[in-house]
Design a protein around this ligand. Structure first.
Ligand SMILES: Nc1ncnc2c1ncn2[C@@H]1O[C@H](COP(=O)(O)OP(=O)(O)OP(=O)(O)O)[C@@H](O)[C@H]1O
Ligand SMILES: [Mg+2]
Length: 377
């Protein structure tokens, strides 16, 4: 088990492709960190650099205080699990899992005990004599994990290991993985482009775009307090509503406004004046039928859609099309007038040029769960 520290880590592939640029983060020992980002953002590159499969172009990698930047993959003592499982087709499940122990020349009896133990943990004890082709996707996934676990590596590196699974199996494998992590107490670094994976499993989430770090924060905070406009729009089922406008301060009161909207900005201390982008998630705006809302923007309902379990309306207010949540039982109908209530505690202000967050996120210590049991020790 080890903490992982990346210090100004960069990777430029041949041809000048900058896949990862100047990444500096520390992943604490025993934590479950998800690397989240769109396709091509450098997630797999970051993982391969940690595994030692790719060589860094600049920067350093530390496991605890040991500099492993130039260490071979074998000596780094990490286990990597790929999307494609990478099982040996000519070996049984038991042989596949025992393989890393064989390479270490562990005696046969001891090997068998360890394989059994890991298979019990993963619930694949009945599959030991089967070959990979005789297994379902989820079962193959577990075998690949089993092969990683028997090695008791310092760090687990997982690259989209659930992407071949159907939606239901995915949900249960997420829980399984999280449970495994909690039992093993090892450092897990998990790459995914799926925000649900990241938010469900990660203690912390590291968001990448174009090879650059966007935010590294507790899973709950990347959604609640996105550090910039990219993170704000990448997370969330429905697109965040964005508005261009001006900030104005009178006394203590800060107001955001444009031709169609006037919205009071309550807390935090955004810059007193100037242009700004306001971001509000659809679930932070409530739509009501009618046009009686005092101080509330009024418009016409253009579209209704169900995003389980809720109903959302697209309301046209001046030149804006605003997506907002319809409370249960509210008689909102397409073509009819409606008014909108913005939740004042859930307003995000961004710099219109750089996209950086303007209103500060609360400083509260991020609750990072750490459960460790030495079941396999
Ligand atoms: N061996 C390589 N040679 C040249 N360019 C590469 C190589 N591997 C990756 N790249 C490029 O580096 C960038 C980052 O790739 P990477 O595989 O890290 O992305 P990713 O975030 O894992 O994407 P995905 O979600 O699609 O797996 C991409 O632009 C990709 O085309
Ligand atoms: Mg990848």
């Amino acid at each position: 088990m080890a903490s992982v520290r990346l210090d100004h880590l960069s990777k430029t592939y041949r041809g000048g492709i900058a896949a990862l640029s100047d990444l500096t983060v520390t992943i604490p020992n025993g934590e479950f960190v998800c690397i989240l980002g769109p396709s091509g953002s450098g997630k797999s590159t970051a993982l391969k650099l940690m595994a030692g499969i790719e060589e860094a172009s600049a920067g350093r990698i530390f496991f605890d205080n040991e500099d492993v930047t130039l260490t071979t993959p074998e000596r780094r003592d990490v286990a990597m699990v790929f999307q494609s499982y990478g099982l040996y087709p000519q070996m049984t499940v038991a042989e596949n899992i025992a393989f890393p122990l064989m390479l270490r020349k562990m005696p046969k009896a001891e090997r068998a005990t360890q394989v059994e133990e890991v298979c019990r943990l993963l619930g694949i004890g009945k599959l030991l004599r089967r070959y990979p082709r005789q297994l379902s996707g989820g079962e193959r996934q577990r075998v690949a994990l089993g092969r990683a676990i028997v090695r008791k590596p310092r760090v687990f590196l997982l690259d989209e290991p659930l992407s071949n699974l159907d939606a239901n199996l995915r949900v249960s494998m997420r829980q399984e993985l999280r449970r495994l992590h909690d039992i093993l107490g090892a450092t897990f670094i998990y790459v995914t482009h799926d925000q649900d994976d990241a938010l469900a499993m990660g203690d912390r989430v590291l968001v990448l775009a174009d090879g650059r770090l966007q935010q590294y924060d507790a899973a709950t905070r990347v959604y609640r307090y996105p550090a910039n406009r990219f993170v704000a729009s990448f997370l969330g089922r429905l697109p965040m509503n964005f508005f261009q406008g001006h900030l104005e301060t009178r006394g203590d009161a800060v107001t955001f406004s444009n031709d169609d909207l006037v919205i009071a900005v309550p807390d935090g201390k955004p810059p007193a004046s100037g242009t700004a982008t306001l971001g509000v998630r659809p679930d932070a705006i409530v739509v009501r039928a009618g046009q009686s809302g005092r101080d509330a923007p009024v418009g016409f309902v253009r579209w209704l859609e169900v995003v389980q379990p809720d109903l959302y309306a697209t309301v046209e207010v001046g030149s804006h099309r605003i997506i907002a949540k319809v409370p249960e039982g509210e008689p909102v109908e397409v073509g009819n007038p409606a008014y909108l209530h913005f939740n004042p505690g859930k307003l995000h202000l961004f710099d219109p040029t750089t996209g950086a967050r303007l209103n500060p996120a609360p400083e509260e210590a991020a609750p990072v769960p750490r459960r460790r049991r030495e079941a396999l020790a």
